[in-house]
Structures are given as C-alpha cells and as structure tokens.
Write a new protein. Structure first.
Length: 239
C-alpha cells in the first residue's frame, strides 16, 4: 500500500485489525469494507458526532460567559473604587518684612481634619519675600520627609512660588531654592504642590509671624500625633 493510501486508512474510523485488513487480496478487502458498511450505523455515528460537537460548543460558550462576567465585575469594581489621594497635606507660609532683620516660617501637616505636626522657625531675613516662602517650603519638606511621610500635598498661598515650581515662570535668583525643592521632591513617593488662598492658610501664617517676632534663631516642631501612629492608622485605613 502506498504511503498516502496508508495515511488515509489511519485517519478513517474503519477498524484495521492486523492480519485481516488490509490484505494483499483485493476481493478480501472489498468484502471486509462491505461488511463494515452493512454492520455500521452511520446515522448513529453522525448523531453522536453532532452531540459531541454541541457539548464542546456549550462548554466554550460557558467559558466565554464566565470570562465576560469576570471582566465586567472587575470593571465595575474599578469604577466603584475611589482613586487614592495623598493622605497628608502640609500648608506652609513665610513671614518677611523689610523693617526687620529676621523672617519667620511655619507649616502645618494634617490628615483630614487632624493636625499631626506643626513647625515654627525664625531665621535671618532673606533677600526677598519669595525667598522666605521657598525656605519655609524646603524646611517643611525636610521635616515631613525625615519623619517618614512620603505622600504629601504641599500648599502655599504664594502663587508665584507655585508657578515657579511648575516651571510656569522663571526667576533666576531663586534657582538654588528651586533646585533644593526639586531634589527633595525625589525623596517622596508621591508629592504635589498647589496654591491655597490666604484665608485657608491662617494657621501656618500665624506660626510664621510668631516665629519672626522671636527676633533670634529659633526652631521648634510640635508632634501633636506621633508619626508612627499616624502612619499606622493610615495603613490600616487602606486595607
């Protein structure tokens, strides 16, 4: 038997018992095939084939339906889950006057309505008021970073400073301070800077003015809620 014919026999559903079929006799082969045709049940085989095909198709449909349901459920959960926001907010301010040799800085770190840290500082007066604002922000970033707060939204009532940080304006004289802010930003996992109206920054403003009135080098940071407790509470709230 030639190879193509042999392959066809292998692929057919006709039994090929060794020694019986196929044989070297053409008539014996015909007789065997006629017996298979008369004894087989073509309609039954076709019905079984169609039933098996239907069963496989049903399984496939169920798998697709399950996958679609899981995808829909996942998308629904994604829509219902609020986008995580920075948990901590730090408002900063600087107090500067050309009539005094000293400037003041203040910051308040909060989580929601809870005040966690607040700082007050007095230092020699800088060249311009915006330098005092930048110095206050740098100091607040250092204090919050050193205490492990790595997701903070900083706010200042100095619109020009925020624009400079966002590179919407240029001020060459402030470049060293802006470089410090840029470097400190890399130390946070998530950080942002935004403008806040002065009326919403009263507490930091009061701390900055109080610091300037000291008239000498002075720094204090009050821990109103221990940083470990605040961080732990935030982690538990995310679970």
């Amino acid at each position: 038997m030639c190879p193509p014919a042999f392959q066809c026999w292998i692929l057919t559903a006709i039994p090929t018992p060794p020694g019986s079929f196929p044989s070297t006799s053409l008539f014996v082969n015909f007789e065997y095939l006629l017996q298979q045709v008369t004894t087989a049940n073509p309609q039954g085989d076709l019905a079984r084939h169609e039933a098996e095909t239907w069963r496989i198709a049903q399984i496939g449909d169920k798998l697709y339906e399950t996958a679609d349901e899981e995808q829909t459920e996942h998308q629904s959960r994604a829509r219902d889950t609020p986008v995580a926001e920075k948990r901590f907010r730090c408002l900063v301010d600087g107090s500067w006057s050309d009539k005094h040799d000293w400037m003041g800085m203040g910051f308040v770190l909060t989580e929601g309505e809870v005040v966690i840290l607040q700082g007050q500082k007095c230092a020699p007066r800088t060249q311009a008021p915006i330098n005092a604002e930048a110095s206050g922000l740098i100091w607040a970033m250092q204090e919050t970073r050193d205490r492990g707060f790595d997701g903070v939204k900083f706010g200042s009532d100095c619109q020009q400073l925020i624009n400079l940080i966002r590179r919407e304006e240029e001020w060459p004289a402030l470049a060293p301070d802006l470089d410090d802010i840029k470097f400190l930003s890399t130390c946070f996992h998530d950080v942002d800077f935004s403008y806040v109206p002065r009326d919403n920054n009263i507490r930091a403003d009061s701390l900055a003015k109080g610091g300037r009135s000291r008239g000498r080098c002075f720094t204090v940071v009050d821990v109103l809620v221990h940083s470990r407790l605040a961080l732990a509470a935030g982690l538990n709230g995310q679970e």
